[in-house]
Design a protein around this ligand. Structure first.
Ligand code: GLN
Length: 491
């Protein structure tokens, strides 16, 4: 392995040091990154690259470095973005046929912020169509394979970004999390994934799935890297009416390795549940022991409405999706059906040909639950239960500073295993959806392997308190080596 290759395989904090010390240039780092992406093309993680623009940007970063004036901690660092986060002049397809040929005329807010920080946006990653799914198998270009075992799913819907970070293609990739789509693939791929508080990161330029749940966040190889990424992408944006005005702390200042004085809640409904893989439970219990030994106090808490979370999520998310996806009509964006008889026929054909099965299923369900005769029975009721779920967390946070759970009840399942069973796929997010319904920040980090596959530990915080979950995650990393274990090259 060359110097650039071995530095590329590490966390971005090490890449930063190497760049600052002049051990390698941003251009060398980018070349190693492009070579690695080509080398691991069979994973199916990356959709497209903007090689020549990225090369020019790396050269500009090198000029800043030569003057000793890097813009930020991300200056010269290569990153990949999920295919639902737009980049000016680049395709944005959401892994859907319906957006074939669409090129974004503008940058998403997070893309702007990354560029302003000097990061090199290298390309777009694979995902489930319109971010609907838990396996990254439903996109137009086929599945993304798990770098730990190519016969397994990498999780979803942001699976391409998770796999890219796990396989050493880039140290940072962004995804979006509506019900678990950052945390669950992070868990399956053995990397760190962070879903910020709702409103912390602007959704301007994120193709909307369920607007009251969607949030953009980073995938990284360490918690410290996630703290740096969040500092960069977070902050108020008047173009997103749900963006919060609160100032963004320097999250890395919270990473002092200490957990003494913190109380961590263990929700009994998450640990008593049937169907949790015993290997997952063992790794999570070992993680609890590590944090206890470090001085954290653990208490049992209850989230009594946990059993309604999946049902509530699939009513709220599909309702919002049916409305958001109405804009894809074959006229304004992307692909248009040919030979239509009239405008109604054009809409019908474009949408029938353009959307895949899961997206259609959700549009139908969402339209149904919003229809006049059923609104109160389904959507109205789901909104009321959503309030009860949020109150469960408010009550639990009276007794603890953060909550710890497994991220997913299982490790990476086989590709195709759940493709014909939507309900089984939906249950994959049983531990993650509640944070979206309640708007809370959630972090998934590696806590070991079960049968050779990564297990994720989830930390949930109070609204706007990303600092505490990052601090505890980092304290855990300082006492363990799980985040350093990388997949072999066989996958
Ligand atoms: N798997 C969930 C779904 O299919 C969550 C997706 C997401 O977070 N984008 O809706």
């Amino acid at each position: 392995m060359s110097v650039a290759e071995s530095i590329l395989a590490g966390p971005l904090t090490e890449q930063r040091e190497a760049l600052d010390r002049g051990e390698l240039s941003a251009s060398e780092l980018l070349e190693a990154c492009l070579a690695r992406i080509a080398d691991r093309a069979s994973l199916g993680a990356v959709f497209s690259l903007r090689e020549s623009a990225a090369r020019e940007e790396a050269a500009a970063a090198d000029r800043r470095l030569a003057e000793g004036k890097p813009t930020s901690s991300l200056d010269g660092i290569p990153v990949l973005l999920k295919d639902n986060i737009v980049q000016a002049g680049e395709p944005a397809g959401c892994a859907s046929r319906i957006l074939e040929g669409y090129v974004s005329p503008f940058d998403a807010a997070v893309t702007e912020r990354l560029r302003a920080a000097g990061a090199i946006v290298v390309g777009r990653t694979n995902m489930d169509e319109f971010a609907m799914g838990s396996s990254t198998e439903s996109g137009v270009s086929g599945p993304c394979h798990n770098p730990w075992d190519a016969t397994r799913a990498c999780g979803g819907s942001s699976g391409g970004s998770a796999a890219a970070v796990a396989a050493g293609l880039v140290p940072l990739a962004l995804g979006s999390d509506t019900g678990g789509s950052i945390r669950q693939p992070a868990s399956f791929c053995g990397v760190v994934g962070l879903k910020p508080t709702y409103g912390r990161v602007s959704r301007w330029g994120l193709v909307a799935f369920a607007s009251s749940l969607d949030q953009i966040g980073p995938f990284t190889r360490s918690v410290a890297d996630a703290a740096i990424a969040l500092e960069t992408i977070a902050g108020h944006d008047p173009r997103d009416s749900t963006s919060l005005p609160e100032p963004v702390p320097r999250f890395r200042d919270a990473l002092d390795g200490e957990v003494r004085g913190l109380t961590i809640g263990l929700p009994r409904e998450y640990f008593d549940a049937d169907g949790v893989d015993p290997g997952v439970l063992s790794r999570v219990r070992e993680a609890i022991a590590v944090l206890e030994e470090a001085g954290a106090r653990f208490v049992d808490v209850s989230l009594p409405h946990t059993r309604y979370t999946i049902a509530t999520y699939y009513l709220v998310a599909t309702a919002e999706a049916s409305s958001n996806l109405a804009r894809f009509d074959g006229v304004r964006y992307g692909r248009r059906a040919e030979d239509a008889n009239d405008i109604a026929d054009l809409y019908e054909r474009s949408r029938s040909e353009g959307f895949g099965a899961e997206v259609k299923r959700r549009i139908l369900l969402g339209t149904y639950v919003l229809s006049a005769g059923y609104y109160d029975a389904y959507y109205g009721k789901a909104q009321r239960v959503r309030t009860l779920i949020r109150r469960d967390f408010e009550a639990a946070f009276q007794d603890c500073d953060l909550i710890l759970t497994p991220t997913s009840p299982e490790t990476a399942f086989a590709l195709g295993a759940k493709s014909d069973d939507p309900l089984a796929m939906y249950l994959s997010d049983v531990y993650t959806v509640s944070a979206n319904l309640a708007g809370l920040p959630g972090l998934s980090l590696p806590c070991g392997l079960a049968d050779g596959l990564p297990v994720g530990l989830q930390l949930l915080g109070r609204p706007l308190d990303e600092a505490t979950i990052l601090r505890v995650g980092d304290a855990f990393e300082r006492r363990t080596r799980h985040h350093l274990v990388r997949p072999g090259e066989g996958g």
